[in-house]
Design a protein around this ligand. Sequence first.
Ligand SMILES: Cc1ncc(COP(=O)(O)O)c(C=O)c1O
Length: 423
Amino acid sequence: MSAMSDDRFVLDDSLAIRLAEEFGTPLYVVSEEAFRSRLRRYRKAFSAAYPATRLSYASKANSILAVLRIAHDEGFDIDVASEGELRAALLAGVPASDCHLHGNAKTEREIDFALEQGIGEILVDNFRELDRLAARNLGATKLMLRLAPGVDPKTHRAISTGQADTKFGFNIADGSAEKAVEICFEKRLPLHGFHCHVGSQLLDPEAQRAGGAQIASFAIEMEQKHGFVAELLNVGGGLGVRYLADYQPMQVDEYCQLIVDAVLSHLGDRRPTLAQEPGRSMIAEAGVTLYRVEVIKEVPTMRGRKRYVVVDGGLSDNPRSAMYEAKYEVRSINGAGGPATCTISGKHCETDTLFADIDLPGDLKEGHLIQVLCTGAYNASMASNYNRYPRPACVLIGLDGEPMLIQRRENWDEVFSSQVLPD
Ligand SMILES: Cc1ncc(COP(=O)(O)O)c(C=O)c1O
């Protein structure tokens, strides 16, 4: 297996200083060039491996409107997992027919809204949803069944979704998935095919290969038993990225080939359309976050002293460290002295260690800037207002190298706009 070359986006120092002055920190920065080139590479790789393919961008990774517009412009449909994400796609100018709706607890309201808009597909997760859909006029919307293939990926437990006891989808092993197919038949629902997503940040493709093989075998079984011919098989997203320089995600072309081979090897002479919906691998490496160092503090420990570099953001703009013990690579913009190991901490009322055991120049000072690589995915989209911090701004570095504001920093009116103070 060959690894992807390290072409993560990194801001050069002079631009970083300019952006911090102009837009403030913490600041998300996304490179349009790096994002588009990943979208194109994936499309090229998938269609080189198989003639009938469809790609969607998983908007949960980053649903800033300008980002969605670029993904659609590059020929990706938009995968949404809530009414809010669907609204984001619509506001970005993406027609609902180019979106599909996920979600393991879709409300009546979400389903109705998606159908009113004319959503392309709904990925059905459970029997209750199937009942709700059967009671509605689906128009041109097609249905896909999300399957739990019973595959356990090697990734953090919070982003494992394909194992047999997952909350997502219809279990194949206990017969639920087959039952769902039967219901679609009985109720004449427009079943289009099957979906699975085994997990995220996959550096070992084995689970993805197994997931693809499982849904293909299931599709053939349903054809033999019920005469249902799947037109579309969607194997989800999941390809990992290089959070640290020594992470070795698979090359996209090898990865797509592996998935296609895994599916085809169980399909006999059937040739349905194959789909994927990557998120992280499209945008994580195309983004960085800029922080300013607020405080440097040394504290005594049992074995010596610990150096804290405390930045002006933290848990509220990047919850991944706290949620998944996620690791990142951090670079200083200023400072050039020999390295000193430090703990980069946030400013929240938690021990919100952002990044532990990081080597930064020993002469790094309060007021200096640092950039954290590979933060384009699951940072802006997971940001919160914890401790009442406004969500950060995001700047897109356009193809001409010029920065464009694509998300303003929240202002105080927005932070408090939902509050109702009783008399
Ligand atoms: C159903 C589904 N599809 C696609 C994705 C995107 O995964 P990734 O960002 O790892 O490519 C996810 C992520 O959670 C998901 O749940």
